[in-house]
Design a binder for this molecule. Structure first.
Ligand SMILES: Cc1ncc(COP(=O)(O)O)c(C=O)c1O
Length: 413
């Protein structure tokens, strides 16, 4: 299948043809997918790469001495190199393949936090974190008695940096913050926030789940200590994600899980481990997932991350004023800059009801708390409707959305 893009020219209007599922209908209507922040759809290029891998190159990795296994291992390790280049890490062995953003954060909590921290030590989070970047730290609070300190956010949905600066103490052990909010869309000033943390000798973990598919990311420029993301939000498969960690950290952290592939020697009396990143990849990994991630990175890089960012900004600039012109609509999250995510509530109409009407009009959006209950509490709403863009969306999708919102208003008048 020929991609709708070349390196020079991107025809965003044709990109949806790369996505077989977008040729289907939703409730008998043309499918309009506006839920990419939850999970992005998959292009032929990714689907075919996984199928081709199983048909031509599949074997377990790092084990066989036969050609097929060598080939499979090569493809897997090439992807590590490719991820390194994609996020501008310094070394390929700073790239750990994990199951997801969620697993990457749990790995750091259990491998970094649990053995090193004491009761009363502090982790700084923000009000806008996804549950994946709250619950692993809350579990440490239960397990060893750490204290969670929370950066407030203002009424438009921006971090309160002045308060952030005052949260540090001699007990602060880590700052864990999202690069972009999955509800508000806010792109946080993570580079500056990292510099502030480092001035206090505190390492920083950035949850990049909502950033990597929308804009160029350079972990060396951000200078963060850890960066995590999931492939499925960037047009890749589910079940595979990336934990980036600066080499000195990964070299000193103990393994998270034990099993095959992460050991040097095993005796009942003593086990010795391999080096990072393999010591964090116990058991047979999601090899085909890694191959799919490789294809997804190639896909977005062919389009160009700057082009993707500009396209989604154009959609945002088209959608936001039109949505704000609806008198009954309250937008949740108006801070700038933001990624292509718009959350809103509509007077007395419950977000689930709005989502149901939109669904009947062929439009897929997310309605709920978006795994961000403290954020819902902050804005005093039980839930929001969330519209989020991907490379396949166009202005006409927003026009259809606007008509469907008018229909919802009439139905619930
Ligand atoms: C900001 C943010 N962090 C973490 C996650 C968790 O990602 P996953 O479920 O792929 O682990 C999400 C998913 O929506 C997210 O939006």
């Amino acid at each position: 299948m020929k991609a709708s893009v070349t390196k020079q020219v991107v025809d965003f209007g044709r990109l949806c043809r790369d996505f077989p599922i977008l040729q289907k209908t939703n409730r008998g209507k043309t499918m309009i997918y506006l839920d990419s922040a939850s999970s992005a759809q998959k292009p032929y290029q990714v689907i075919n790469a996984i199928a081709d891998f199983y048909m031509q190159d599949y074997a377990n990795i790092h084990r066989g001495i036969y050609e097929l296994s060598e080939r499979s291992t090569q493809l897997y390790e090439n992807t590590r190199e490719q991820v390194k280049n994609f996020i501008h890490a310094a070394h390929a062995d700073e790239i750990v393949f994990v199951r997801s953003t969620t697993e990457g954060i749990n790995l750091i909590a259990q491998s970094f936090g649990r053995p090193r921290w004491q009761a009363g030590d502090e982790v700084i989070l923000s009000t806008m974190e996804h549950h994946s970047n709250i619950v692993p730290w809350y579990m440490l609070k239960e397990q060893i008695g750490i204290v969670l300190k929370i950066i407030p956010i203002d009424d438009v949905g921006a971090m309160d940096i002045e308060t952030y600066k005052k949260l540090f103490s001699s007990r602060t052990k880590l700052v864990a913050i999202s690069h972009a909010s999955n509800v508000l869309g806010t792109i946080n000033p993570v580079k500056d926030m990292t510099a502030i943390a480092h001035a206090h000798h505190v390492p920083v973990l950035i949850d990049g789940a909502q950033a990597v598919s929308h804009m160029p990311v350079n972990v060396q420029d951000l200078d963060c200590d850890f960066y995590v993301f999931s492939a499925h939000k960037m047009y890749g498969p589910t079940g595979i994600g990336v934990l980036y960690g600066k080499k000195p950290w990964l070299d000193t952290l103990p393994p998270y899980q034990g099993g095959g592939g992460m050991i040097e020697t095993v005796a009942f009396e003593k086990v010795t481990y391999t080096k990072a990143p393999q010591k964090f990849e116990a058991g047979t990994p999601d090899i085909a997932g890694v191959i799919g991630l490789n294809a997804a990175i190639q896909y977005v890089q062919t389009i160009g991350m700057e082009n993707i960012f500009s396209h989604e900004q154009a959609l945002l600039n088209y959608a936001e004023p039109k949505l704000l012109a609806i008198p009954e609509l309250r937008m949740i999250g108006e801070a700038k800059p933001k990624v292509g995510v718009v959350s809103f509530v509509l007077n007395h109409i419950h977000p689930h009801d709005i989502g149901t009407v939109l669904d009947h009009e062929g439009i897929a959006v997310r309605a709920g708390h978006h795994c961000a209950m403290p954020l819902m509490e902050r804005f005093q709403v039980p839930a929001t409707v969330r519209v989020s863009f991907g490379v396949y969306n166009q202005e006409k999708d927003i026009d259809t959305l606007l008509s469907a919102i008018q229909l919802t208003k009439r139905l619930f008048a």
